[in-house]
Design a binder for this molecule. Structure first.
Ligand SMILES: [Fe+2]
Length: 142
């Protein structure tokens, strides 16, 4: 994901229907705007984060909500709403959040979005500690 950001797998179901992972984001780093394609729960364990939630309509991204998170806060990701967001660490220390999602989030091909144009590109975050299969990215990012 760049910026020294790492996604660490803690558990995943053998059939890919569930994954539990931590997201480690250094101070000042932010993720690309991305989706998850599955519902899930996210809780902040350490540090503070700003989260921007976007909605997609007609190929354009709209910022619909902004949240500041402290340790102990959690939120739900429920597609198609609340599934596109960007996370940035606002604390001087690295932030660590815990994610429980109903897919193998690190290994499935998702979408990253360009904030200006709303264009998507195939996005697979991977895991720092576990390999994904060698699936090619989708031909089209719709
Ligand atoms: Fe996310």
């Amino acid at each position: 994901m760049g910026g020294g950001i790492g996604q660490w797998l803690l558990y995943r179901a053998g059939d890919g229907s569930l994954s539990l992972f931590s997201l480690v984001v250094p101070a000042g780093s932010q993720t690309p705007i991305h989706d998850h394609l599955a519902w899930g729960l996210v809780g902040l364990y350490r540090g503070t984060q700003d989260e921007e939630i976007y909605a997609e309509g007609g190929g354009v991204l709209e910022l619909v909500e902004h949240r500041s998170l402290r340790p102990g806060d959690f939120y739900a990701l429920i597609p198609p709403h609340d599934d596109i967001h960007r996370v940035r660490t606002t604390s001087a220390e690295t932030s660590v959040s815990l994610h429980l999602l109903t897919n193998d989030t690190g290994c499935v091909w998702r979408h990253a979005y360009d904030a200006e144009s709303g264009e998507t590109r195939p996005f697979r975050s991977g895991y720092v500690n576990v390999a994904c299969g060698e699936d090619d990215p989708p031909q089209h990012s719709h």
